[in-house]
Design a protein around this ligand. Sequence first.
Ligand code: PLP
Length: 426
Amino acid sequence: DYDLSQLGSQMSQLTGVRAIMKDIIETLRQAGGREFINLSAGNPVIIPEVEQLWRDCTAELLASDEYGEVVCRYGSSQGYAPLIEAIVNDFNQRYGLSLTDRNILITPGSQALYFYAANAFGGYTEAGTLKQIVLPLSPEYTGYGGVSLFKEALLAYKPTLDLDEKAHRFKYRPDFSQLVIDERTGCVILSRPCNPTGNVISDEELTKITELAANQGNRNQVPVILDAAYAPPYPALNFTEMKPQFGGNLLHCLSLSKAGLPGERIGVAIGDPELIEVLESFQTNLCIHSPRYGQAMAARAIASGKLGHIAENVIRSYYQNKFTVLEETLDATLPKDVPWFLHRGEGAIFSWLWLKDLPMTDWELYQELKKHDVIVVPGSTFFPGLKEEWQHKHECIRISLTATNEEIATAMRRLASVVEKVYSVT
Ligand code: PLP
């Protein structure tokens, strides 16, 4: 028995999807001979070409004179210089930017970056006022639920819904009639493409958010932390056109996790040197710097152009094909008279299904699907920071695109028959 601080007890709780994962792991452990189709996973698939790229980069590193420098010495907090240089060159060339090394920070995974940003810009000021961390479009990445040391700082906004009733499709949009970004806002965070929904908010919508955050009268501007974990140029998990945005108050944040390197923990922030310096100091205090082994591998993969090439030509189509299998199976098997709506599959490695007027909760549906050996994630875990009650929260599920085509098709057929039964009871 140990006494925990208030922060200690808060940070030792699991939030959102991590809490569900416990139930899933338990279910799989007690499966006996049953074969579950697990569509809860957020772990990317090990695609052979991608694994080979990282294997080659490792082999080159091991064979080079650089090896000792990389693993036997401390480095700078900002990151490993060859990786920073590779990113600067690649982004300048792709997007016509004029970045220098002062615009870049490497972190041990992008989750760490959101933790630094949420606490550097959100929470209590020296004067004691609470600065909010605004999530402009809920549902959002469940990992934002635990990033702030002050839970009360997180504030999410309900979206508006674009419905296509005939096609059984929908799309969330930011609700600019409700969204407030003002002197109470410390920072804004959003994922694009979005986990869990696969949404890509439009270039205009993103511009509108960054402008709202920049134009604070004679006050300082509010940073917009743009989570590009699924965006181009790597992993390029966008299935619709999207233009990455840079500059001003927007901090563009990459992750190499979905480009096949989640175990090496590499996140990258690109933006205003003033923002980078704040986050870099935060990192120095926390962990000195990111491990350099993965950074040295990544420097090679990026500088050679191979990572960008594989992302566009292998990773993107791999998941896009999975979405097609899922959507075609649902179209063919879900009853037309049930008000089901699949979110437009615009990117990421998940799909999001809304079952309007579902006669049970999302948690009960999750349990029901488990009885048919299918595991999904109940949607209500993906609304961190949403303070108001909203029936919609309990009518959605997240379905991972990391299973095989056959598994996805079989699971969606089972889901369709469960859904048909559930609605016909009422
Ligand atoms: N942001 C989003 C939207 C994610 O889906 C994930 C991981 O699933 C992360 C951030 C965390 O990624 P990283 O491995 O870079 O910490």
